[in-house]
Design a protein around this ligand. Structure first.
Ligand code: GLN
Length: 205
């Protein structure tokens, strides 16, 4: 059966994630703007963009608490860049937090300003043991602390740039801005593990 992956449609790199996902067989997408849109998805991408703006829009559309509960109940989520900041329980350089579901502390804009954006390649064995993955960092955060339940997937210069805690996957970088499907494929493998009966039922009515 097709998997339906939601992309939070508040602000940021929404179309870019959609383009990547549509290249993966048996995958459909849905832009999530309301609580109802959350009902029949198998996973949700929180795109990069501006975490303060996305956080405010989640409040404005009364989506924050329901999304938080869904994630706590096991909805697979993939937070890229600003999406990583949205999921973090702690933000080192700011008091305001957002969904607070993942046991990580992040440093917002950890690499500096827009001018310090960069790209590189890195072998991330959990994703692919053989071929490095292209990584694009744009005003990126990085993770400074993780709880014991959090699996560190990648570090660059001793900074944690990708991690997973159960149904939650995060990256400091933007896999949707490359032509590489492997990070999204890995997220889909998590969605397969966590596919909820509720999502299957909602689809069949
Ligand atoms: N610096 C942005 C923030 O703090 C994130 C940047 C991005 O998503 N590319 O929200």
């Amino acid at each position: 059966m097709n998997k339906i992956i939601g992309i939070l449609g508040m602000q940021g790199a929404i179309a870019e994630h959609q383009e990547i996902l549509l290249q993966i067989p048996h995958t459909k997408t849905r832009i999530v703007k309301t609580a109802k849109d959350l009902d029949c998805i198998d996973g949700l991408i929180l795109p990069g963009g501006e975490s303060t703006a996305i956080g405010k829009l989640l409040d404005y559309f009364s989506l924050k608490e329901i999304l938080r509960q869904k994630i706590i109940s096991g909805l697979p989520v993939f937070g890229t860049c600003a999406g990583l900041i949205l999921l973090a329980k702690n933000i080192e350089n700011q008091t305001n937090t957002h969904l607070e579901t993942m046991d990580i502390t992040v440093k917002r804009n950890g690499y500096g300003s827009q001018l310090d954006s960069f790209s590189t390649n890195l072998l991330i064995p959990t994703i692919d043991k053989n071929m490095p993955i292209p990584l694009v960092f744009i005003r990126a955060p990085y993770i400074t602390k993780t709880d014991k339940d959090v699996q560190i997937l990648a570090t660059l210069d001793n900074k944690i740039i990708a991690a997973r805690q159960k149904n939650m996957l995060v990256s400091s970088f933007h896999p949707e801005l490359t032509c590489d499907l492997r990070f999204h494929q890995y997220f889909l493998s998590i969605c397969l593990l966590y596919t909820s009966d509720a999502a299957d039922e909602a689809r069949s009515v």
